[in-house]
Design a protein around this ligand. Structure first.
Ligand code: ZN
Length: 142
């Protein structure tokens, strides 16, 4: 196991705008506030969602789009950098009106109905991503 040690920095509590893009809102907020490394979680509801599943054999994402109102049961993730770009990596679990759940790797196109976002900044650590040949993913450079 590789690791980096830091400490908690600033803490933000946010209410996301109606019909905003969930992933994009987090990235923009991090850029506005100069947050380079953080963890976050979200509760709320969405009007529709886009998420994906990583096929480990094919090394590519399979996309899913569900165009109906759903609860955000859980959405957790982290914020890091790849070159100068802010990378928001989130996973989301949703449920529809029948209580059926879906989930995966959060994508742009997940549209907020209402959402409560908590961001906890991590200080004293640098999280850069780099391409990993074994998995085909951009992983932490530790
Ligand atoms: Zn992921």
């Amino acid at each position: 196991m590789r690791f980096s040690e830091g400490s908690l920095g600033r803490f933000f509590v946010c209410r996301l705008n109606y019909e905003s893009d969930l992933l994009d809102s987090i990235r923009r907020f991090a850029d506005e506030k100069g947050v380079k490394v953080a963890v976050f979680f979200v509760l709320g509801a969405v009007k529709k969602a886009r998420f994906s599943f990583y096929d480990q054999e094919e090394k590519r994402y399979l996309e899913h789009e569900i165009d109906e109102p759903m609860e955000v049961l859980s959405c957790i993730g982290n914020i890091s950098k790849m070159k100068e770009e802010t990378i928001v990596h989130g996973h989301i679990v949703l449920s529809n009106r029948k209580g059926r759940s879906y989930g995966g790797h959060l994508r742009n196109g997940t549209i907020v109905f209402s959402a409560e976002l908590f961001i906890m900044e991590l200080e004293g650590t640098v999280l850069e991503r780099e391409y990993d040949e074994v998995t085909g993913l951009n992983l932490f450079k530790l």
